[in-house]
Design a protein. Sequence first.
Length: 402
Amino acid sequence: MNLTSNIGELVQSYDLCVFLTQNKHLDASSYLLGNKGNTNELNWLLAEQLKVYSKASHKLPHFVKHHCWFTSKSYEQASGEASAIFKSSLFMGTNMLDLSGGLGVDDWAFSPKFDNIISLDPNITLNILVRENFKKLGINNILRLDQTAEAYLLAPLAPQFDLIYLDADRRPNESRNFFLDQGTPNFLAIQNTCLKLGKKVLLKLSPMVDISYLKKVLVGIEKILVIGNKLEVKELLVVLSRNYVGETIEEAVILKEAGPNLLFSPDSAALPATKTSSKALYFFEPHPSIIKAGLVSSYANHCGLNLLAPQSAFYTGEIIPPNFMGRALELVQAFEFTKSNLQQYLKNNGLVQANITKRNFKQSTDEIRKAFKIKEGGKDYLFFSTLSNDVRMVYHCQKANT
């Protein structure tokens, strides 16, 4: 991005609200093409705003409302406001250190919870924009420094913090990676220093990171939270505590757009027992955050549901538990899978189209579709799984009327 050294003065005096209103019909390329001869030194940055604002209102509504400045990379790497607010609900204290300031969304969320926040980022241009954003947002307790995490932590008089937070850049060379020593900064190289200076350390990690790997390389893991939304796992949060030697608590969280977030941990109180019969009426698939956190069995017990098999991550039950974390479907029919059984069932029920999901089942969904000529989509759902006794099963389901 071609910006001059006086960018600070330019963004302070520029009315971004008026610009966005006047140019909301343009995309970034059209704006740059139409301003080829324009000597406005902010042109590239203004084009970035058109590019980001067209998609930012859902992820960062508060920042959009106050006409904050963005860069494409900082926007893509930033936490969404809902995620940042959830993280901030877990902690409070006097002093906090953010080793990876970025766009400052997490700093914004944490600012009411801590008296003082020091936020680090080596990108000087981005920091100028972020400081201007903090003014627009009315935040005055965050000190943004033009510094790397490594340089700050090596300072001889580094203070103590109630919380040290890190959301490392996982694409320093434009290639995604999931190992803690390959991000920027390399957390494994600064882990001991962070635990020495911070009472607690919070890491935001990719949803693709293997939890067993984390338990091998991290020290003092107090809690791992698997954060999801409606459809998928979005991130992992890992809480490290100085001198912690107890068992790691694993929790699953679903962030809700409306209403309270859903959270489950193994010590959650069981739901009241319900009358059961010999016939299951509903079929359940727990949310990916439950599966990622390794809580499939304990969640089944919590909800009073029948787990088909430890590796299947499917349940059956007679009622739909309140606020179930996952999909609940009406079970139409369950039967043992054989080629002839499925062919006959599809023929008898006129099924030529269905949504297919399989777990702990040898054939892939594509192989099943091809072998039985099942089109994708429709109102019917076919789940394929193998039980503990090696019996392969098919579960025909439809959306439940709830």
